[in-house]
Write a protein that binds this ligand. Structure first.
Ligand code: SF4
Ligand code: SF4
Length: 480
């Protein structure tokens, strides 16, 4: 076994002895990680979580409902279509609630199962896994990639690098374009890309997300988890002694040391760890899990599969590295009476209940009234007083509706026009309405009024307040 094989999965760098001690850099140079591929139970689980996510991301824009894209964030029209629902800017509260529910659900799951989000479903993990696979296809297994890295430039090296970066760029471009299709419409996007007439904004964001994907999954990889992701920093606050984490069992593993296959560790005075470093060589963040719980660990369990494969070869029991808890490792039992877990769980249940109630009782109708500020009031030919309003009815439903507008707060008002208003699905209808009142019946100069719009079937309604201005009430002048 060479020194490199026996080392962590990085190319050895310069040691402190080699460095002029008077010249230390404040920034450590990143050492490229060359992971070794491995198969095993948890790798298969990652396939079952990764593929549905990838397929969901790439195929969802192609799903159509009632002739339009099922999920479409139409920024130009300021409408978010999510399956059978359409959200307007007025519904921003729902987005805020949805994000809060997602955050607290993540807190709950992290307290219960540790960083399963990071290890199995985080886009950075899933996309990095795809890029690593492409790297392996183009440049070979770990030792071949290390040799290629050290080799001088040659035609073969150029070809392999070109193939790898071509695959990365292709997948990154597909990712970027798909992301933009959620806003642009996938069919329009394909047509416009095909005819080289993609709108400037769409082109900018497609290029931006392509480069971001290429850089994050191809070059930065674990650096995103270690230095850029805020979640990695604060999630240790969610863990407790009963949280499931990937751990090495030092009681069983130590003293570590090499030995022949099938050798009995007890007779050698050793533990079960044969110090093969396979768990380190497969780790995508380049850490040694035997050093204990570290914030760099994304709980991907690849080291479990690696170690179990070694244990099988040695005819030892699996589980030297396993999903376990701090309490279990210390020989204590597990409890469900955990304040954080209960707190997050209750918060999630409460928020989902309130969110569902708000969503199901949401009225897909909005009424906006603006009084004509250009005039106080106008006296028309037959002695009546006129105020003019701009009425805006927003039909947020996916069906056309007919509405009736009504007014309260004034004595015998007359609206002109007083017709039923038809608003097509997802459209805003604006019209100017004159409200005429007999000044003899007005009791105030400035009267508070309320408009109410109601669907034909009286299922939904919306109200909006405004003011009606008139002359000094006639009645008070008569009293004088
Ligand atoms: S230590 Fe194990 S679980 Fe943690 S990141 Fe490395 S391989 Fe994944
Ligand atoms: S893979 Fe298992 S046996 Fe090998 S070094 Fe890691 S913990 Fe020890």
């Amino acid at each position: 076994m060479t020194a490199l094989d026996n080392s962590p999965n990085k190319i050895p760098s310069v040691t402190l002895d080699d460095v002029d001690s008077s010249v230390y850099s404040l920034y450590e140079k990143r050492e490229k990680i060359f992971t070794r591929s491995i198969e095993g139970f948890f790798q298969n689980v990652r396939l079952f979580t990764g593929w549905p996510l990838l397929l969901g991301y790439f195929l969802t824009p192609w799903i159509m409902i009632d002739g339009r894209q099922a999920i479409l964030f139409d920024l130009a029209a300021r409408k978010f279509h999510i399956f059978w629902l359409t959200f307007w800017p007025q519904d921003f509260g729902f987005l805020a609630w949805a994000l809060m529910i997602a955050a607290f659900t993540l807190f709950f799951i992290t307290t219960l199962l540790g960083r399963v989000w990071c290890g199995y479903t985080c886009p950075q993990t899933v996309w990095t896994a795809i890029f690593m696979w492409a790297e392996q296809v183009a440049e070979g297994e770990r030792h071949q990639r290390i040799n290629l890295q050290k080799a001088p430039w040659s035609l073969e090296k150029v070809f392999k690098r070109f193939t790898k970066h071509g695959m990365w760029m292709g997948f990154a471009a597909l990712t970027g374009l798909t992301f933009v299709s959620y806003f642009y419409g996938v069919r329009a996007l394909v047509t416009d890309v095909w005819h080289f007439k993609l709108a400037d904004t769409a082109l900018f964001w497609s290029v931006f997300f392509t480069i971001a994907t290429y850089a994050n999954a191809g070059w930065l990889r674990e650096q995103v988890c270690l230095h850029m992701c805020p979640y990695a920093r604060f999630q240790s606050a969610m863990l407790d002694e009963d949280t499931l984490v990937v751990s090495y069992d030092p009681q069983r593993g130590e003293l570590r040391g090499p030995r022949k296959r099938n050798a009995d560790p007890d007779t050698l005075g050793l533990g079960a760890c044969i110090d093969c470093f396979l768990c380190v060589q497969v780790c995508p963040t380049g850490i040694d899990i035997r050093d204990g719980l570290q914030y760099e660990c994304i709980n991907c369990a690849i080291c479990i599969d690696a170690c179990d494969s070694i244990m099988a070869k040695m005819n030892y029991a699996p589980g030297l590295i396993s999903y376990t808890t701090e309490n279990k490792l210390a020989g204590r039992g597990r409890t469900w009476k955990r304040p954080k877990l209960v707190g997050y769980g209750l918060a999630v249940i409460l928020m989902i209940t309130l969110f569902s109630y708000s969503l199901f009782t949401r009225m897909p109708l909005e009424l906006d009234i603006m009084r004509n500020r250009g005039e106080l009031y106008h006296e028309v030919a037959d002695g009546l007083i006129r105020n003019t309003y701009l009425v805006k009815i927003i039909n947020m439903d996916r069906k056309t509706h007919t509405y009736q507008l009504a007014l309260s707060g004034l004595p015998a008002p007359r609206m002109v026009p007083d017709a039923r208003i038809v608003a097509p699905a997802g459209e805003v209808v604006e019209l100017s309405i004159d409200v005429l009142v007999d000044p003899d019946k007005l009791i105030e100069v400035n009267t508070e009024i309320e408009f109410r719009v109601e669907t034909d079937d009286s299922l939904w309604y919306a109200t909006s307040e405004s003011r009606y201005l008139g002359p000094e009430p006639i009645r008070s002048q008569n009293n004088d």
